[in-house]
Design a protein around this ligand. Structure first.
Ligand SMILES: Cc1cc2nc3c(=O)[nH]c(=O)nc-3n(C[C@H](O)[C@H](O)[C@H](O)COP(=O)(O)OP(=O)(O)OC[C@H]3O[C@@H](n4cnc5c(N)ncnc54)[C@H](O)[C@@H]3O)c2cc1C
Length: 331
């Protein structure tokens, strides 16, 4: 039995590993134009926090997120060299809207911060805030580990840009489409659009918490560095690092958190999040290379790929397993 997974970001790699685990005898090939460190999943600070999702199915998102949180928690305790770490910090708002987040019981130590506490902390320009403890999984550390595991499980890699699904060639029993934003062109899904994010990576060991200031700026801890953001420019395909965005991110964050002014800048990056009205995770029967095959789609995770990947990979692997064992079953 042979399965092809398209895409080597967090979604493709986790789907490939999940199907290898379920079907150890399957021949799994991972086809991708780019691999770590050159995919969007490498740019992310990797915080577990549903973000920039417009998908109204909060019960489905909650389940995928919960399974992913549990997975990262296991990594943090058992395999800390995966880049999985606990992080605590604040999200502050200049208005006093208190949102009832569907994910607030998944994270730990979630609590509202009073205006008085904010004033004592020197953040009197903010009217409301929450504090919580979550997990962060640094993509640029975890992705190479997943790739190694995939190869150890006898997986095959193929570096190739596909213009359409027929380009995969071969006689695969089933296909996993984890092409992220690439689905826009690969299968002409024009509902997938870029949400551009530029970041500045700095070293500032004296800063011990994460901070999110309204929807505009963030200071997110990783193991040995901190990621400053953030832009979320919709329908913007530009992957260059723009000086104007650097100024916006740097000035905004240092204005709210002056302790950052002495931070050492180590890297700048841009990534295009795969925005979509809903995450697409479903099986579709369609013609590929002249034959009707099952394609399991798993893409469109927007700003939350590292928050949802594990739960999504388990569901995608179930669908792939059904496709190879019962290829003619009604979907
Ligand atoms: C600045 C920034 C910060 C972020 N922070 C977080 C965060 O803190 N927490 C969080 O959960 N998420 C975060 N995200 C979002 C997260 O990075 C994405 O949701 C995630 O990376 C999407 O993963 P993916 O595997 O679908 O896509 P990608 O990582 O983009 O991988 C897509 C893969 O498909 C391949 N591909 C595409 N088209 C083709 C084709 N035609 N032929 C062959 N191969 C193809 C690519 O080469 C690549 O291998 C952030 C994103 C950005 C930009």
């Amino acid at each position: 039995m042979s399965i092809c997974i398209i895409g080597s970001g967090i979604i493709g790699l986790s789907t490939a590993l999940a199907i290898q685990e379920k079907e150890p005898r399957a021949k799994v090939t991972l086809v991708a134009e780019s691999f770590s460190p050159d995919v969007t999943s490498d740019v992310a600070a990797g915080y577990w926090r549903p973000s920039l999702l417009v998908d109204p199915r909060t019960d489905v998102l909650w389940r995928w997120g919960e399974l992913t949180f549990q997975h990262i928690e296991r990594l943090a305790y058992r395999e800390p060299d995966t880049g999985a770490l606990w992080q605590s910090g604040y999200e502050m708002r200049q208005d006093s809207v208190k949102e009832d987040f569907f994910w607030k019981d998944t994270v730990r130590n979630y609590r509202n911060i009073s205006e008085r506490e904010l004033q004592n902390m020197g953040f009197s320009q903010f009217k409301s805030a929450i504090f919580y403890t979550t997990l962060a999984l640094e993509g640029s550390i975890y992705l190479p580990r997943m790739l190694d595991q995939f190869k150890r499980n006898s997986g095959t890699l193929q570096q190739k840009r596909l213009e359409n699904l027929d380009d995969i060639g071969g006689s695969y029993n089933a296909i996993g489409n984890c092409s992220g934003l690439g689905a826009h062109h690969l299968i002409t899904d024009t509902s997938v659009y870029p949400i551009r994010g530029q970041t500045i990576r700095v070293q500032a060991p004296h800063i011990k918490h994460f901070y999110v200031f309204d929807d505009d700026y963030y200071v997110l801890q990783n193991g040995t560095s901190i990621v400053l953001g953030g832009t979320h420019q919709e329908h913007d395909w530009d992957t260059s690092v723009r000086p104007a965005d650097f100024d916006h991110i740097w000035n905004g964050n240092t204005n709210f958190l002056p302790a950052l002014k002495t931070a050492k800048i180590i890297k700048q990056a841009t990534g295009l999040r795969p925005g979509r009205p809903t995450v697409r995770l479903e099986a579709e029967r369609r013609a590929v290379c002249g034959k009707t095959k099952t394609v399991v789609h798993n893409y469109g995770h927007s700003g939350s790929g590292l928050t949802l990947f594990y739960g999504c990979a388990l569901d995608a692997a179930d669908l792939l397993q059904q496709a190879v064992h019962r290829p003619n079953a009604k979907l």
